[in-house]
Write a protein that binds this ligand. Structure first.
Ligand SMILES: O=C(O)c1cc(=O)[nH]c(=O)n1[C@@H]1O[C@H](COP(=O)(O)O)[C@@H](O)[C@H]1O
Length: 308
């Protein structure tokens, strides 16, 4: 799957991923009204609203982008109905041949990680049958429990040719509280980066490893160091746009080959219709998905011109 991701980034000349993080507040009123008229103001109504919202955004952007990153928390908040919307979204993205990064940030003791891994990127056995319950291509993994919490994901990646992105240096303001702590004079994120490089060397695709890393766009200096520590890791870079990350700071996340990083934007794309820049170009709630397409075009141009 890492080969497919790299190929699609090259094909579309777009090292970006659209984050499908549908809070109900972001969904235009006419979609909510339609969903609530059929299902009431219920969890089912919420699930329908976020699914219709996603579908329109995927329809408007899929030809421009290599990948999507649905953030499972936004779906889980609506319980089973939200999870159904998550699965419908994943299915639909598969039909559009997009690479799907399930942002699930899991990681636990080995036996529990194994269950997360088979459920999300592998197969679960039921008697003589086996099923792929969630069908993502990649998932995000929290490495806090150490190697035995990560290895079950790597085992499934090897079997299924899927991939993971391990949290190394996150984009949020408090990420330094633990991640920047010095251990033997080195920050913890560097030590995690070395582990990612080691785990990744065991499962290489053609150019990049099945084991990638997450490093926030909000910490470009650290990104520069981590790029060197993990030369073969695809780096998923969240924090562009809504969290303040700027294209001009992102060059250091890429390798000399112009590859090696994929920049995420969620709110910047899915809420583009609220942005005055697009309102000035005739966007209203009704054509919200057109605004997402315009925002994707602008983001690709912004990133590509900064990394050239
Ligand atoms: O793993 C992630 O994707 C992630 C890691 C990180 O360090 N920071 C971060 O923002 N994310 C996710 O990336 C998305 C960022 O959304 P926006 O800030 O709206 O673009 C959310 O789904 C976050 O959960």
């Amino acid at each position: 799957m890492i080969n497919k991701l790299v190929d699609k980034i090259k094909q579309k000349n777009a090292p970006i991923v659209v984050g499908l993080d549908p809070m109900l507040d972001y969904v235009p009123n006419f979609i909510k009204e339609e969903a609530f008229s059929r299902f009431g103001e219920t969890l089912e109504g919420a699930g329908e609203a976020i699914w219709q919202y996603n579908k329109a955004i995927i329809d408007a952007t899929h030809d421009l982008i290599p990948a999507v990153k649905p953030q499972i928390a936004m779906y889980e908040q609506f319980g089973i109905e939200g999870i159904k919307a998550f699965n419908k979204t994943v299915e639909y993205c598969r039909q559009k041949d997009l690479v799907i990064i399930g942002d699930i940030k899991r990681g636990d003791i080995g036996s529990t990680s194994k269950a997360y891994a088979v459920g999300h990127i592998g197969r679960v056995k039921v008697g003589n049958n086996s099923f792929c319950p969630f069908k993502e291509d990649f998932v995000t993994v929290n490495p806090y429990l150490g190697s035995d919490g990560v290895n079950p994901f790597i085992d499934v990646c090897k079997e299924e040719k899927k991939g993971i992105f391990v949290l190394v240096k996150t984009s949020n303001p408090s990420s330094g509280e633990f991640q920047d702590r010095l251990i033997d004079n080195r920050p913890l994120y560097e030590i995690v980066g070395e582990k990612v490089n080691m785990w990744g060397s065991e499962c290489m695709g053609d150019e990049y490893s099945y084991v990638g890393a997450v490093v926030g766009a909000t910490y470009p200096k650290m990104g520069e160091t981590l790029r060197k520590i993990m030369p073969k890791a695809m780096i998923l870079v969240p924090g562009y746009g809504a969290q303040g990350g700027k294209a001009e700071d992102l060059k250091c996340f890429f390798n000399e080959d112009g590859l090696g990083a994929i920049i995420n934007s969620s709110r910047g794309i899915i809420c583009a219709y609220k942005n005055d820049k697009y309102k000035d170009q005739g966007i209203t709630e009704k054509n919200f998905a057109d605004a997402s397409r315009m925002a994707v075009v602008d983001m690709i141009e912004d990133i590509n011109s900064a990394i050239k």
